[in-house]
Design a protein around this ligand. Structure first.
Ligand SMILES: Cc1cc2nc3c(=O)[nH]c(=O)nc-3n(C[C@H](O)[C@H](O)[C@H](O)COP(=O)(O)O)c2cc1C
Length: 349
């Protein structure tokens, strides 16, 4: 049996490196039967970004249709009380799914009438392996310092193009002064979040302090992916309580932002669930285009996550009463250890 489902099952003795190789790869031989193709498209969808790596999605397969549903059991009420990030994460998965389906000769028509179950109709088309599709297994949220070098204008234009349209706008900031102003908002937001016990408790619950925990759950924030050492749970947990402070985190974010070539701020035309899905699709295209150009990305969402700060940030950006949806930094730099994913049988319902 060589279906996507069988390939996605973790073996009990797998090492972290083996899991990464199993998860972050292209299909070797595209399956020929329709259901296996859909499963394989879903596998690519699960390689998308999701807030805290919650993988807050479920998939239903039917004839010529895949539906993606929110998994509210995986919501994060402290950082994401209105489910903005949850729906954005669904959008990220949808974009990967559409790119993969196209590579397999299926055009995905996404119906955003209902966000309870987003139906993606699949019609036959010529197979096309887009640049974005090719980049899916290499994309990651790279939480590290970058090389501090500016990007070429052609590259900035490609990034902008990837994220714009279909109700989405992108503000690109590469001037030092503007980036420093955004840094002030990041620091203010980060300080507020770390001083909020509910935010810290929720974040800590999604941290996987060592490989065993990450392999067991296949989700969450693996310590090493954020540049932190791994440790047995009780030690990791104690160190987190001691060292996760506004001062230490603000210093880290300052260095990371100042090493970046620029910032991208995603702003949808409206603030509805279907627009939040569009935000996710736009982010995913942006990140895949960046990956295709050898450019790394990472989120700095504090200014849009802290509800009291968001209107001030919107005011600074001059976007009227629209909501700033995401803040992403970009630049060139080395890859970090990958995050993991759950198996397909836990997300296909
Ligand atoms: C809507 C959304 C919000 C996110 N916010 C943050 C954030 O504020 N900080 C951060 O470091 N990562 C953030 N992430 C990145 C996720 O943590 C990341 O996608 C997940 O851990 C999986 O890792 P990967 O992107 O490398 O595959 C966000 C992702 C999404 C989709």
């Amino acid at each position: 049996m060589d279906t996507a489902l069988s390939q996605s099952c973790a073996s009990t003795h797998e090492t972290y490196e083996q899991a990464v190789q199993r998860i972050w790869r292209h299909t070797t031989t595209p399956p020929t039967d329709a259901m296996a193709l859909q499963q394989e498209s879903v596998r690519y969808a699960t390689l998308a970004a999701s807030s805290h790596n919650t993988q807050c999605w479920k998939f239903k397969l039917a004839e010529r249709q895949i539906s993606i549903l929110p998994d509210f059991e995986r919501r994060c009420p402290a950082v994401d009380p209105d489910n903005h990030h949850l729906y954005t994460s669904l959008g990220c998965a949808i974009e990967n799914l559409v790119q993969a389906a196209q590579a397999f000769g299926l055009k995905g028509n996404v119906d955003l009438q209902s966000t309870d179950a987003i139906n993606i109709q699949l019609d036959s088309t010529q197979p096309l392996r887009s640049q974005l599709f090719e980049a899916i297994p290499d994309r990651q949220s790279t939480r590290a310092e970058y090389d501090g070098q500016p990007l070429r204008n052609e590259d900035l234009k490609l990034l902008e193009k990837a994220a714009t349209g279909d109700g989405m706008n992108l503000i690109l900031l590469t001037e030092k002064q503007a980036m420093e102003t955004v840094l002030d908002y990041v620091i203010e937001g980060n300080t507020a979040q770390i001083n909020d016990p509910a935010f810290v408790k929720e974040l800590k619950a999604w941290i996987r302090f060592n490989q065993r925990e990450a392999l067991r759950d296949g989700d969450g924030l693996f310590a090493k992916s954020s540049g932190n050492p791994t440790a047995p749970h009780w030690i990791g947990s104690t160190l987190f309580d001691l060292f996760f402070t506004p001062k230490a985190e603000n210093e880290k974010y300052t260095k990371q932002l100042r090493s970046s070539a620029g910032l991208a701020i995603f702003v949808a035309d409206a603030s509805t669930k279907s627009h939040w899905v569009r935000v996710g699709r736009a982010y995913q295209r942006f990140a895949l285009q960046a990956t295709a150009l050898g450019i790394r990305t990472a989120f700095l969402n504090q200014p849009v996550e802290v509800a009291t700060l968001r209107p001030q940030f919107a005011n600074y950006l001059g976007i009227g009463d629209r909501r700033p949806d995401l803040v992403v930094r970009f630049g060139r730099g080395a890859k970090m250890p990958n995050s993991l994913r759950r198996s397909l049988d836990s997300v296909i319902v």
